[in-house]
Design a protein around this ligand. Structure first.
Ligand code: BMA
Length: 860
């Protein structure tokens, strides 16, 4: 019934369709990437090996066979020495007279990780200490014609951090760093916090040139940057304004033009510009604009803007920009409960369906474009319209935001601060200011940018985790530093460079920078998982916007086989304990995420003995949690207007909250999320003998339909089948039905043997469906399920049809190598109703040998 959009090969097609914006190609300006060959060496050893730039020392050591694969078993432990060393990268490059004669010649280091001394022709050019900013240095005088040498000396970030730590007589908390408490240093260094280990990722404290190094040269003038914003949209026009930032090297009269989509002249002006950095204001209208919409609401149309700067008829600067015309705001209006918290796109309140993202690899430069496309593809397939770039990692690559722009995925963007406090010295604060300004400027033109958020859980931590850790004067200093950064420096950077964009000082919090209270603002609902509440708690005291929640599962066996050997295959083996980073000593000594999975499993499922079955049920458990959460949040619309679960992806093959694993394999939960995120869903609440059915619709128009309810036994006996007309309201949740099961459920009946199949019918098609059970899976009297299959070849693989006379619960269709995409999986096969799914496969499959079917019934 649901059109199957998720085909692996579509990622490749998408990739081909996506035109890369990449680096601006200016005719006038020259930009040459210094791409080596580069080599690297441990400082002091003079043993040079080939290196990949952009990259990391870990990836280079791995490529040169000098380091074991940290993703395999417990190898991570054996690579920790890397973080204690200093590393040197070097290359040479040619410069010709043509470049040297330009008015401006610069080296642009777009990402140095992190404490780096850069030498050009053996002279110190730059000392860097923030991986999140680019460094641009004038090198006209330092370059020579012909061969030039570049050497970058990276100091051990851990050593540097320890030097700073030793200067203090107190500790600064950093709860997730995987190091003894007195040796946690990530807060001293403006470097991705998760490199130091997190509760889902390894500790790989990298060094390296992680973003390109580019030699840039310009004559007369150069367009340095632009900023464009949509001020207003009316029926027939959009009003836009902004400015163009020009570096002027030669005074004079310049002409600036802006062409939209090739031939539409949007703007033209003549200006007299003096040498230096100049801002040229731009304002223009677009008539009958094509708007940018978030996924599900319409096309995310992007205009192609081409800015051109001319002097005396000669083009001296160009700048290309793909721009989405849209208005967007975060609406926080007082209401009966507190305040709203919702995003309005082009005037339409939109429920945010999405997830938190982390980097797809700890070694972030190793994440290639295909992986980014897969990541955003997985979000689109699951009907998401928002991703949160969480604050413990990196300000993502431009390609990430380009893909979000093209696919209508809004971005909640954290600044890179998470679960920790910060030092308050002047140099550190100044470093943060520069980082904020740099990244706000870098990302401000993306249509997808929906919110800047100061940090992740730091305010929560100050109140709940670290309140008794400090002497009073240190505590006061911590607060002062907190306020300086999150209530002053960061919002000032947003206001200065991204006017009109909303800033939220911390996630989660209530209106007015207060502790989260569920009455306004956003919430991280960890009462389920960390707080051990039942899944039903997702539907109680529902927050206004849930920006985190989740439950862990094991990745599938194919992935487990990739990182472990058979001897490790037990939920509590040494390797599976090592892989599990969520330590929860507060529950019980030595309690970890694996124990928590098991504990939750026992509440809802019979805990299987066999590891493979345990893995399968862990995924069903997670899917059940996310289905319950999403349906609860959406049923509570418009009180609740967002549901971003923790987390979409993994940074290594592991046991985590992710719904898609490191290799891109979907866990059961991703299928569940896709279904619960459909444009129209029906969701029921069964209490005793009563059922309430809700329809949640993201459509902007109301519609009429019929609700069909079929009460049946798990063995297939139909007790009742009825249709009632229903009206579904636009862009909200509507209760469409409430009744008792009346005579159909008698006191002597075992109601756990019943199920209700709910279908919402519009114009003879089922547009949404769901199944209500009367008992938890562990208490369902499931019969032996003999699932019969037929298989037919299609042009993309195979169509597999399954049938079973009794309920087959949580049907998992698997193939031998885990390289076949199954369009729908982990579904309940309704008694007597055949279901056809697609197997997307590039190789041939034999139904008898290659199709493996597992059901929950098998485990009884
Ligand atoms: C949230 C996140 C992360 C963490 C996750 C799971 O608080 O912000 O810091 O990984 O929970 O614990």
């Amino acid at each position: 019934m649901i059109p199957m959009k998720t085909l692996w090969f579509l990622y490749l097609i998408m990739m081909a369709m996506v035109t890369s914006c990449g680096m601006t190609k200016d005719k006038a300006e020259q930009a040459i990437e210094i791409n080596g060959p580069w080599e690297f060496s441990e400082a002091g050893t003079n043993e040079w090996l080939s290196a990949k730039v952009p990259g990391t020392v870990h990836a280079d050591l791995l490529a040169n066979g000098k380091m074991a694969d940290p993703h395999f078993r417990k190898n991570e432990n054996s690579v920790q020495w890397v973080e204690d060393k200093d590393w040197v990268y070097r290359t040479t490059f040619q410069v010709d007279a043509d470049i040297l004669n330009k008015d401006l010649v610069e080296l642009d280091f777009q990402g140095l990780d992190t404490y780096a001394d850069v030498y050009l022709n053996d002279s110190l050019l730059l000392s860097a200490d923030n991986m999140f900013v680019g460094y641009v240095v004038d090198v006209k005088a330092a370059l020579v014609e012909g061969k030039n040498s570049l050497r970058v000396y990276f100091h051990s970030p851990v050593e540097k951090g320890m030097e700073k730590l030793r200067q203090l007589d107190y500790l600064i908390p950093a709860v997730n760093e995987q190091a003894p408490e007195a040796e946690r240093t990530n807060v001293f260094t403006r470097k991705a916090p998760f490199h130091y280990g997190w509760d889902w990722g390894p500790r790989l404290v990298t060094s390296g040139i992680w973003r390109p190094v580019v030699l840039r040269a310009a004559d007369k003038a150069r367009i340095e940057d632009v900023f464009v914003e949509t001020v207003a949209i009316s029926e027939d026009k959009a009003e836009l304004r902004g400015f163009v930032e020009v570096i002027v090297l030669e005074e004079g009269i310049y002409e600036l033009t802006l062409m939209a989509d090739g031939d539409l002249e949007a703007f033209r002006t003549k200006v007299n510009l003096a040498p230096g950095l100049q801002l040229v204001p731009v304002s223009f209208d677009i008539h009958q604009p094509k708007l940018w919409w978030s996924n599900g609401l319409g096309d995310p149309y992007l205009y192609h803007f081409q800015f051109e700067l001319q002097k005396e008829g000669e083009v001296v600067g160009e700048h290309a920009l793909n721009f989405g015309v849209r208005t967007l705001r975060l609406v926080q209006t007082p209401d009966e409960e507190g305040r709203s918290f919702y995003f309005e796109v082009n005037g339409v309140p939109v429920f945010m369906k999405g997830a938190n993202v982390i980097p797809s690899n700890t070694l972030t430069p190793s994440v290639d474009k295909v992986t980014y496309e897969r990541l955003i593809g997985n979000a689109v397939d699951a009907h998401m319209n928002m991703l949160r770039v969480w604050g413990g990692a990196i300000y993502e690559e431009d390609y990430f935001y380009e893909l979000c722009d093209r696919n209508g995925i809004l971005v909640w963007q954290d600044f890179m601060f998470a679960c920790a406090l910060q030092p308050g010295d002047k140099a550190h604060l100044e470093n943060i200011r520069q980082e904020a300004e740099y990244n706000v400027k870098r990302l401000r033109n993306y249509a997808c940018m929906a919110l800047w958020c100061g940090n992740n859980e730091n305010l929560h931590g100050l109140h709940h985790w670290w309140n008794d850790m400090f002497e009073p004067e240190v505590e006061a200093y911590m607060w002062e530093t907190y306020n300086r950064i999150f209530l002053d420096i960061l919002p000032a950077a947003v206001e200065k460079h991204h006017p009109g964009m909303d800033y939220w000082s911390t996630s989660p919090s209530a209106y007015g920078d207060q502790l989260a209270d569920r009455l306004s603002g956003d919430e991280h609902d960890w009462t389920i998982w960390f707080g051990q509440k039942p899944f039903s708690a997702y539907g109680e005291d529902v927050p206004r916007f849930v920006s985190e929640y989740g439950l862990q599962a094991f990745p599938g066996m194919h992935t487990i086989k990739d990182f472990s050997t058979e001897e490790d295959w037990a939920w509590d083996s040494e390797v599976m304990r090592h892989r599990q980073r969520g330590q929860m000593g507060y529950v019980e000594p030595d309690f970890d995420g694996n124990d928590m999975i098991r504990r939750y499993m026992a509440r809802y499922y019979q805990v299987p003995e066999k590891f493979e079955d345990f893995v399968y049920v862990s995924q069903l458990l997670q899917a059940k949690a996310y289905k319950t959460a999403l349906e609860s949040h959406r049923r509570n619309m418009p009180h609740c207007m967002g549901s971003l679960y923790w987390q979409l992806n993994d940074s290594w093959p592991t046991i985590s909250w992710a719904t898609v694993d490191f290799y891109g394999r979907w866990k059961a939960a991703h299928y569940a999320v896709r279904k619960a995120n459909e444009e129209v869903i029906i969701s029921s609440v069964v209490t005793g003998n009563r059922i309430k059915v809700f329809a949640v619709s993201d459509r902007l128009e109301p519609f009429e339909g019929e609700l069909k309810g079929t009460l049946m036994g798990l063995n297939g006996t139909v007790l009742l089948s009825e249709k009632v007309p229903v009206s579904v309201a636009a862009n909200t949740s509507t209760e469409i039905f409430e009744d008792t099961f009346g005579a159909f459920i008698t006191p002597e009946m075992d109601i756990s043997s019943l199920m209700v199949v709910l279908e919402l019918i519009e114009k003879d098609s089922v547009i949404a469906d769901n199944i209500a059970y009367m008992a938890e899976p562990k208490d369902l009297p499931l019969a032996r399920a003999e699932v019969k299959t037929t298989m037919e070849a299609t042009d993309k693989g195979y169509a597999l049809t399954l049938t079973c006379p009794v309920l087959a619960k949580d049907v998992f269709v698997d193939t031998p190598h885990g390289d076949v995409f199954v369009s729908e999986n982990y579904f309940d096969l309704i008694p007597g109703r055949p279901k056809t799914i697609q197997l997307i496969s590039s190789h041939s499959l034999d139904r008898d040998k290659d199709i493996v079917i597992k059901t929950l019934n098998d485990l009884k």
